[in-house]
Structure formats: structure tokens, C-alpha cells
Ligand binder design. Structure first.
Ligand SMILES: [Zn+2]
Length: 245
């Protein structure tokens, strides 16, 4: 079976991401028609033990090295039969180096028939834009508070697509930020964007959009929220956030 977009990125807190991937793979390989997350058949047990023959988990101990992804090229050198599938799960892709990422670009874009890639990360802004643009993104918000700071920041991610202004407003109301908290949050936002900007620069993946966002936020920060206007400040920021062209 051939899917239209073979490469996926799944973003979210680690535990939620793992659970999501396992269930997805169970649905693929479990022979029980009513696959439950708790199924204990041979296929499901192998998936959970990461020993399934058609699934290759790549989980580097620190940052990715070029050798960590060698297995992808060894495996994909073999053609699959028409009804066979093979999945590569790349864990912790926020630690992909530019050398490794560049090595992956072509295979992510045009994988041989039957091979599929699922990239896991807790921070999509740490991935190179060249990788992100080749993949379909699934964002599992979960409880981002624990791993990525204030959930409001998720609405200002660089991959943000303005899908849910209502949810944004609810979150803003719920948090009832004081002016000091607002300022702290604004500084966190600036530092996240700054990091992305520096990273794309260092890795010579300079991206115009990141620069645009950075300039935009720095201009907005010149008139920070003042007494009692913090909600209005965040609403304006949300509404005038530059869209990726
Ligand atoms: Zn099963």
C-alpha cells in the first residue's frame, strides 16, 4: 500500500507521542479486528517491545550521528513486495544535526515503495525547516505545560497555523496573566524564536520567515503590556502574527 505523504512528524510530550505511535502501528499490524491499546497478541507485543520485524526504531543516545541513520539506507536498498510495509520511527528528532538531516532529505521526500517514516519530537521548532516542509505534521497538544512551558506559547509556534482562535481566547482567559507574568512569557517567546533563528543561521538554513517573526516580536516588545492591558496585548499579538507565505 502506498500512502501519499510517507513522512510524518509527530509533535508532543514524549509519553503521549509514544502511545500514539504504538497505537498507530498496532492498527497496522494487529490481526485482531478490534485492536485495543491493551491487545497482547504476538504482533502487538513485538510492537511494544520494539522488536517487530517491519518496524525500525532509531533512538540515538545523545545527538544523532550520520551512522545512526545508516540502517535506513541498508534497509531501503532492498525492494519490498507490493503488499509489504516497513516503518522507520526516528525518535527525538529535535537532536538531528544538519549533517544527518541533510542525508535524510532525499529518502524522506521520495522513499522507495512501502517504506514510511515517522519522526518524533517534543519541539518542532528545533527541526530544520527543510525537514519540516517535507513532512505531514501531527501535533499532540497533550499537556504541553510540563514539557514546553506555558501552553499559550504553543499558539505562537513557528508552525502555528491559526486554526483555533477560540481555544486561544479560552486559554488566555483561564490564565488571567498579570502584567509581570505577561512580560515573562513575552521574554520566553522571544528567546524561543531567537534560538530558532540562531540555529537556522548556524546550520546555513537561513529562513526568511524566522527573521520576519523575530523582527515582528521585537517591535511588539517595544510596547509591552501595561497596567491591566495584558490580555489585549496577547490578543493583538495573536491577530497580527505574520503568516508563513
Ligand atoms: Zn494485537
Amino acid at each position: 500500500m502506498q500512502t501519499l505523504i510517507p513522512a510524518h512528524i509527530i509533535v508532543g510530550p514524549e509519553t503521549i507521542v509514544y502511545a500514539h505511535v504504538e497505537q498507530f502501528l498496532q492498527k497496522k499490524f494487529c490481526r485482531d479486528a478490534t485492536t485495543q491499546p491493551t491487545c497482547f497478541c504476538t504482533q502487538c507485543r513485538k510492537i511494544k517491545a520494539r522488536q517487530h520485524h517491519a518496524i525500525v526504531w532509531i533512538c540515538p543516545e545523545k545527538a544523532y550521528t550520520v551512522e545512526d541513520v545508516d540502517i535506513i539506507f541498508e534497509r531501503t536498498a532492498l525492494a519490498l513486495n507490493e503488499n509489504e510495509e516497513c516503518f522507520f520511527i526516528l525518535d527525538k528528532t529535535q537532536t538531528l544535526t544538519s549533517a544527518t538531516a541533510n542525508r535524510l532529505l532525499k529518502v524522506l521526500e521520495e522513499p522507495p515503495r512501502g517504506y514510511q517514516f515517522i519522526l518524533l519530537t517534543n519541539n518542532i521548532d528545533a527541526l530544520l525547516p527543510t525537514i519540516v516542509s517535507r513532512c505531514m505534521i501531527t501535533s499532540l497538544a497533550g499537556n504541553q505545560e510540563t514539557e514546553q512551558g506555558n501552553p499559550l506559547l504553543a499558539y505562537f509556534s513557528l508552525e502555528h497555523n491559526f486554526r483555533d482562535p477560540f481555544a486561544f481566547e479560552q486559554e488566555l482567559k483561564k490564565q488571567h496573566l498579570s502584567d509581570t507574568q505577561s512580560l515573562e512569557l513575552l521574554h520566553q517567546l522571544i528567546s524561543t524564536i531567537m534560538t530558532r533563528y540562531k540555529k537556522t543561521h548556524q546550520e546555513q538554513q537561513f529562513e526568511h520567515y524566522t527573521k520576519e517573526i523575530l523582527d515582528f516580536v521585537l517591535v511588539q516588545a517595544k510596547t509591552p503590556p501595561q497596567s491591566g492591558s495584558s490580555e489585549l496585548f496577547w490578543k493583538n499579538l495573536y491577530l497580527s502574527w505574520p503568516q508563513r507565505k
